[in-house]
Design a protein around this ligand. Structure first.
Ligand SMILES: Cc1cc2nc3c(=O)[nH]c(=O)nc-3n(C[C@H](O)[C@H](O)[C@H](O)COP(=O)(O)O)c2cc1C
Ligand SMILES: Nc1ncnc2c1ncn2[C@@H]1O[C@H](COP(=O)(O)OP(=O)(O)O)[C@@H](O)[C@H]1O
Length: 309
């Protein structure tokens, strides 16, 4: 997959794609059906148009973090779906200020020379979200590209949506989130140095930042861990703490992952951590021994949950 960070001056072979357009936060099953519709629409290379930062981050930079994944994780997921061109358009004042007609003319028809555009039925675009899917279809007729409006899909009464997934995760309902995502919710990132306390407790933990990401329920989780880089690359099981470590004063939230049956160094390596099941909230214990005894119980419980995976 090739990633393009602009719509201007694209090489000729990056033009003329059949594109799915949206924010695709989480790349959930609804997103996948839009991308599948773009793939089925015509013979052209498959593309995705998305925006970075997320438009909501651009308009409300101080609002609490809400994203299910960062741009890199989203790109990795899209690549695995067979997307050939990712157009990660810089969402700035210029792009935000384009009227729907100007966006369709300058970006879609002009810059990307799209052959076909697929959007979900609730898609809005252009200055003040004034354009909708129907308007896009009319603009396509005028400007020479086809438009498919994909229906919103769901499971029973529940429509797949990034909002519903955030809500499920905030309540510790990892399996409900998984049903909407089509995969476990994952937190990806590099292993950072922490306070070097874990090893003394008998529980070394690989520490990861969660800044900029929507926070699932704080607490302890059974996790599946993919080590993506380094000599110990592979898939492991483990237990993780997402939170502020009240035992040691309130800290900035982070993710601390203890990998089962593993002793190597993970600093600087890239991990992808799947939150499989929420075990309990974080707690403050009377002693470190009491904390470690609880970590033993957490580990036993996580091993049992993960035994069948
Ligand atoms: C299974 C598990 C359970 C944990 N439970 C708690 C907890 O209930 N309260 C808490 O303050 N910290 C908890 N922690 C976080 C530990 O305090 C943290 O991993 C330890 O301080 C090591 O920090 P370091 O990696 O920065 O050295 C837990 C960690 C793990 C792996
Ligand atoms: N089973 C394991 N799970 C997680 N990290 C491990 C494990 N074994 C060794 N490590 C290494 O130990 C480091 C964590 O040790 P710890 O004392 O918690 O230090 P820190 O506070 O820097 O996280 C990890 O970053 C990793 O390099």
């Amino acid at each position: 997959m090739r990633i393009h960070h602009d719509w201007k001056a694209l090489p000729p072979d990056a033009r003329g794609a059949s594109v799915a357009m949206g924010n695709f936060d989480g790349v959930h099953l609804g997103h996948r059906s839009v991308i599948d519709a773009a793939r089925a629409a015509c013979q052209a290379p498959l593309g995705v148009i998305t925006f970075e930062p997320h438009p909501r981050e651009f308009f409300a930079p101080d609002a609490p973090a809400f994203r299910l994944m960062n741009a890199e994780s989203r790109a990795n997921r899209l690549a695995r779906l067979g997307v050939e061109h990712l157009y990660e358009l810089p969402f700035d004042a210029v792009l935000a200020g384009l009227a729907p007609e100007a966006f369709a003319r300058e970006v879609l028809a002009g810059g990307l020379g799209v052959r076909h555009v697929t959007v979900g039925a609730d898609f809005c675009f252009g200055r003040q979200r004034s354009g909708d899917a129907r308007m896009l279809a009319q603009l396509g007729r005028d400007l020479g590209f086809e438009v498919t409006v994909a229906p919103l899909i769901g499971d029973g009464g529940l429509q797949y949506s990034s909002t519903a997934i955030r809500q499920a995760l905030a309540q510790g309902r990892t399996r409900d989130a998984e049903r909407m995502l089509g995969h476990w919710h994952r937190i990806d990132g590099a292993v950072l140095h922490g306070d070097k306390r874990g090893r003394d407790l008998g529980y070394p933990t690989a520490n990861m930042a969660v800044e900029g990401l929507h926070l699932p329920a704080l607490g302890i989780y059974a996790v599946l861990v993919d080590v993506l880089t380094g000599p110990d690359r592979g898939s492991y099981k483990g237990v993780a703490s997402l939170g502020v470590r009240p035992m040691f004063g309130e800290n900035r939230p982070n993710l601390e992952v203890h990998v089962f049956d593993f002793t190597a160094d993970l600093y600087g390596q890239h991990l992808s951590v799947a939150l499989v099941e929420y075990l309990r909230p974080e707690a403050r214990f009377d002693s470190l021994d009491a904390l470690v005894a609880q970590m033993d119980r957490d580990s036993a419980q996580a091993r049992e949950i993960l035994a069948t995976r």
